[in-house]
Design a protein around this ligand. Structure first.
Ligand code: NAD
Length: 322
């Protein structure tokens, strides 16, 4: 009998967690990329689970806590057994600003667990640490998160951010094993692959690697990015040209972009934001085609050539430290 293709799972650093290579980025459930109805959200999460996605990422920041509430309701209403999903949320970044104090993050996890309708999360990240004092993250926030871990409210601890140097700053200064994972975004896709430089260091210290935003937060989609997207006009226009080129050739830029990100197996999971069941199907389909047939090298090379002038171009984020 022919075997049904299954979405690949990968181990996350030293955590023992086995993540689906595509993770469900739940920021769209907070209406970050336009309004998503509760019905569409439920259908998307249901389809994700049916197609083998076991990893869901949210934050109290997304939609000013809406994303956590919607995700919690979906997982609850679908009756998903708790040990069959890996849920990550974050702390320190909120709709009204940043607060990485021990007091705030300790309160934050209880609020998140209540919205998510869970007793624990699998991963609790400090969210976008470049906006805080990195010494506070090292000396106050991470120790507070260790206590949360010891209380059983989070199984593993992570840090997230855009500039890659914040990861090394913190990891070089905290006790080994106190940060289990990093979540990087917009640095492992066709237009920007600078995360590559950090991977040997992360592997050498056993820190798990999650990469988010393979579609560069909408830049590598036919519909283009949302108004708030921070990329330069030059980067936006190059990505739009790549999308048009793919469409003219009967291809889809999002498919090739996601496949590119999935090809690096040192990255345990690629988090994609998905607004509906159709996008879940498309994205899981892209992953299955990649593992069964491989990537379309011709279109990849053409897209790489279009994006070459803006390769690795990024944007400032957080407190500028020099
Ligand atoms: P993304 O690159 O995944 O792009 C999301 C956009 O692409 C949405 O508009 C979505 O509707 C669209 N899309 C998804 N699949 C598509 C398809 N097949 N065809 C066309 N369009 C498609 O960016 P993202 O959502 O910002 O990142 C993914 C997730 O990663 C987030 O939801 C969040 O969970 C996480 N993330 C975390 C951080 C952080 O911690 N600092 C930063 C960015 C992202």
């Amino acid at each position: 009998m022919e075997k049904k293709p299954v979405l690949e799972r990968r181990n996350l650093g030293n955590t023992g967690l086995n993540l689906s290579c595509i993770g469900f980025g739940a920021s769209p459930l907070g209406n970050v990329f336009g309004v998503v109805s509760p019905e569409d959200a439920l259908a998307a999460v249901r389809r994700a689970i049916a197609l083998g996605i076991n990893f869901f990422d949210t934050s109290p920041y997304y939609g000013a806590t809406l994303s956590e509430t919607v995700l919690g309701n979906c997982l609850h209403d679908l009756g998903v057994p708790r040990d069959e999903v890996i849920v990550s949320t974050k702390c320190g970044r909120y709709a009204d600003g940043f607060d990485f104090s021990a007091e705030r993050v300790t309160r934050s996890i209880d609020e998140s667990l209540c919205r998510l309708r869970l007793d624990y999360v699998d991963i609790l990240h400090c969210h976008d640490i470049e906006f805080g004092s990195l010494d506070q993250i090292v000396n106050e926030t991470i120790p507070a998160l260790q206590k949360i871990k010891a209380e059983g409210k989070a199984r593993f601890i992570g840090i997230t951010g855009l500039p890659l140097e914040v990861f090394t700053y913190v990891l070089d200064r905290v006790p080994m094993g106190s940060v289990d994972v990093i979540l990087s975004y917009c640095h492992y896709g066709i237009n920007d692959s600078t995360l590559l430089d950090l991977i040997p260091y992360l592997k050498s210290i056993g820190v798990g690697i999650i990469s988010a935003s393979p579609l560069a937060m909408g830049l590598l989609t036919e519909n283009g990015p949302p108004d708030w997207h921070p990329a330069s006009p030059e980067l936006k226009s190059a990505c739009s040209a790549a999308a048009v080129h793919c469409k003219e050739k009967g291809k889809n830029v999002s498919k090739i972009a996601l496949q590119y990100s999935l090809m690096n197996k040192d990255i345990s999971a690629v988090l994609v934001g998905m607004t509906c069941a159709g996008q879940v199907e498309d994205n899981v389909g892209s992953a299955l085609v990649l593992s069964n047939v491989g990537i379309d090298e011709e279109i990849l090379q053409e897209v790489e050539a279009i994006l070459e002038p803006v390769k690795n171009q990024t944007w400032p984020s957080g407190i500028q430290r020099n």
